[in-house]
Design a binder for this molecule. Structure first.
Ligand code: HEC
Ligand code: HEC
Length: 319
């Protein structure tokens, strides 16, 4: 049994470990937070708006009240013509279930906080839901685990069939740059500073919606721009095809151009913030199901810099 003194010593050692310090720095931009307490932060997500106010987005014939957009029990479906008919659970969650589409969007593209589900292998989706339910996969926020525990098998099968049958469309630009908008957490996504301030990118990926207002309304056509450090895409291409020396080449399992093979999920065109977050979760043991063993080994051999490079490359590929 550990004594209080031994625990304090271990905590101090963990603080001094340069690898852990690097991971903690990356968590600041890769692990979603509700809000940055800073006067120059925008508060779009929490802005008090009349729940009866009727909202629109360009190009959609539909309208929703602000109240309808503010709950996870329903997913707005602004562009039903963009996807096949969705099963009930994707658009409506009979309490206590939430609608999958409220966080992953009806077309399965997801955002930087949730995951892309479009085009994931069905067996992989089923396995991840089991891992969330059984506590073997611990997401930074507990919602997905709660959802997995409430889901019954009929809804799960329908949702998994639906999402695995969709194709992710290209929804992000990856831009190499030295300078980025200063950003703040606003409703679990990064939003640009309201005074337009900028700052050096440093060793980070900064991924924002092309239009923060449309993002907040759930407009899945708005798209994303991911700012990445100069040279990262080319370095990431090398890691994907050759490995790092220690870590095995990603393409040897995730397939040519990272398009996914069998149970190995596709990485091409997906959120680079999500990819880095998952690599950290594998490395720190928060994705601990049996199928994650090969990935935990790979992630343990990557530095945060490697993760950024390979995520920038993966995101820049066409899905
Ligand atoms: C309240 C928001 C929310 C709802 C509703 C939700 N999810 Fe999720 N889901 C998330 C988040 C956030 C993650 C990513 C967690 C992380 O970063 O590890 C996730 C991840 C997943 C993953 C893992 C994807 C991968 O690539 O490994 C699957 C599968 C999934 N969700 C399926 C579903 C299904 C099916 C439903 C509906 C029954 C659903 N989710 C409803 C928030 C949600
Ligand atoms: C030895 C095979 C193997 C290699 C090599 C490999 N992976 Fe994986 N990867 C997997 C498996 C298997 C999974 C699914 C884990 C699970 O089912 O829980 C996975 C999952 C992932 C995920 C999570 C995807 C999601 O939807 O949440 C990411 C991100 C990832 N790998 C990135 C990489 C990167 C980057 C590299 C190269 C540096 C790499 N992988 C190399 C086998 C591999």
């Amino acid at each position: 049994m550990f004594t209080g003194v031994a625990l304090a010593a271990m905590a101090a050692a963990a603080t001094d470990d340069p690898e852990m310090a690097e991971i903690r720095a990356a968590q600041a931009w890769a692990f979603p937070k509700e809000r940055t307490p800073d006067p120059s932060a925008p508060h779009t997500a929490s802005a008090a708006t009349d729940p009866h106010k009727v909202m629109h987005v360009p190009g959609s014939a539909r309208s929703y009240t602000f109240g309808e957009l503010s709950t996870n029990f329903n997913a707005p479906d602004w562009f039903p013509q963009d996807h096949p008919r969705a099963p009930g659970i994707v658009l409506h969650g009979p309490k206590p279930l939430w609608a999958c589409g409220a966080c992953h969007y009806p077309n399965g593209q997801g955002d930087t906080t949730s995951a892309t589900l479009a085009g994931l292998p069905k067996a992989y989706i089923l396995e991840q839901i089991a891992a969330f339910r059984d506590g073997e996969r611990k997401p930074p926020d507990p919602e997905m685990s709660q959802e997995a525990r409430n889901l019954d098998d009929a809804d799960l099968q329908q949702a998994a069939d639906y999402f695995s049958g969709l194709k992710l469309r290209p929804i992000r630009r990856v831009v190499e740059t030295t300078s980025v908008p200063k950003t703040h957490w606003d409703g679990f996504v990064l939003a640009p500073d309201k005074n337009g301030a900028r700052e050096p990118i440093g060793e980070r990926i900064i991924e924002v919606s092309e239009d923060q207002r449309l993002y907040m309304l759930g407009d899945e056509r708005a798209g994303y721009v991911a700012y990445v450090p100069p040279g990262s895409i080319a370095r990431g291409a090398g890691i994907a095809s050759q490995g790092t020396g220690a870590a095995q080449a990603c393409e040897s399992c995730h397939g040519a151009d990272l398009q996914g093979v069998g149970m190995y999920p596709p990485l091409a065109g997906r959120s680079p913030t999500y990819i880095v977050r998952q690599l950290i979760l594998f490395k720190t043991g928060q994705r601990n199901n049996a199928e994650a063993v090969p990935m935990r080994l790979v992630a343990s051999q990557l530095s945060v810099g490697d993760m950024i490079d390979v995520a920038a490359y993966a995101a820049s590929r066409n899905p």
